[in-house]
Design a protein around this ligand. Structure first.
Ligand SMILES: [Zn+2]
Length: 288
């Protein structure tokens, strides 16, 4: 009897064997959640509902990281704090920088020269590369479940490419100029020939001057822009001021940098948010 119990114990331990993965920001989390499924125990360092640009890691996140088999970062532009942690925890060999697997756009935004735009998940081509890279990474760490990861990746890729096909509608719009909260939509703008005007810079914390606000009001009037977009997890005050002065409306357009706790519990994620973004963009850009 004891022997039988031990055998069952060993079997169930095997069936529930999981690798532990920690990601930094939600877009990375969304990919590992879909590709890893039940075979991966997944943590995200930045809590749901928090704007990620001003995140600082805590002692709790350090503990979480030291127990992980794999740490996936989005790169040092979004996470300048990561190098220090990787060094102090000595986890360089299990850290992967996802920015190395996508096609980056560069910007002259920051002092000190050219830096890439960190919002690369807003290009579907890049999001697809992230899915493929994640499937390869998980399969390498956990070869026993390689088939599971590749079939999960295939299923998710189907959903993503279907939504990407819907986004082609943005190529036939009358007004291809949008005003957004922070400069997060460069990849999307690049893919669909859209001009992005932003209220703040590469991060939502950088505040526009009175002169910049006045210029944006003029642009909205002159270009007959009907919507000024704000975003969740940042103030909508300036967007409202511009919209009021230029007789436009405001609406939310989300850079998918994070989701709320409630959305996570309802399984609302990248696909659902990008799908809502498409409808908002179609309205703002006067699409056929
Ligand atoms: Zn951002």
């Amino acid at each position: 009897m004891l022997k039988k119990l031990l055998v069952i114990g060993a079997l169930s331990a095997c069936a529930f064997a999981q690798i532990t993965v920690t990601t930094t920001i939600y877009p990375l989390y969304s990919v590992v959640k879909e590709v890893g499924g039940k075979s991966v125990k997944l943590n995200n360092l930045i809590p749901f509902g928090v704007e990620p640009h001003d995140f600082e890691p805590t002692a709790k996140s350090m503990a979480m990281l030291s127990k992980s088999d794999l740490f996936i970062t989005s790169g040092d532009v979004m996470e300048p704090w990561s190098a220090k942690i990787i060094n102090s925890l000595k986890i360089k060999d299990k850290t992967v920088d996802m920015s190395k697997s996508v096609k980056l756009l560069t910007h002259k935004e920051f002092k000190g020269g050219k830096v890439y735009d960190p919002h690369y998940w807003l290009s579907f081509d890049n999001y697809i590369l992230m899915i493929k890279e994640t499937a390869a990474l998980l399969s390498k760490k956990d070869p026993a479940n390689a088939k599971v990861y590749s079939s999960n990746a295939e299923a998710y890729l189907k959903k993503v490419t279907a939504l990407q096909a819907e986004y082609q509608a943005l190529k036939n719009c009358k007004n291809k100029k949008v005003v957004v909260n922070h400069k997060a939509f460069g990849y999307l703008a690049n893919d669909y020939g859209i001009t992005q005007y932003s209220i703040s810079g590469m991060t939502p914390e950088s505040k526009p001057s009175a002169r910049q606000i006045a210029q944006l009001i003029e642009i909205v009037k002159k270009e007959k822009i009907n919507t000024v977009f704000f975003e969740e997890f940042a103030s909508d005050k300036v967007a409202k001021t511009i919209a009021k002065e230029a007789n436009a409306k405001t609406d939310a357009l989300r850079p998918v940098e994070n989701i709320t706790n409630e959305e996570n519990s309802k399984n609302i994620g990248y696909i659902e948010i990008m799908s809502t973004n498409l409808e908002k963009l179609k309205g703002a850009m006067d699409c056929k």
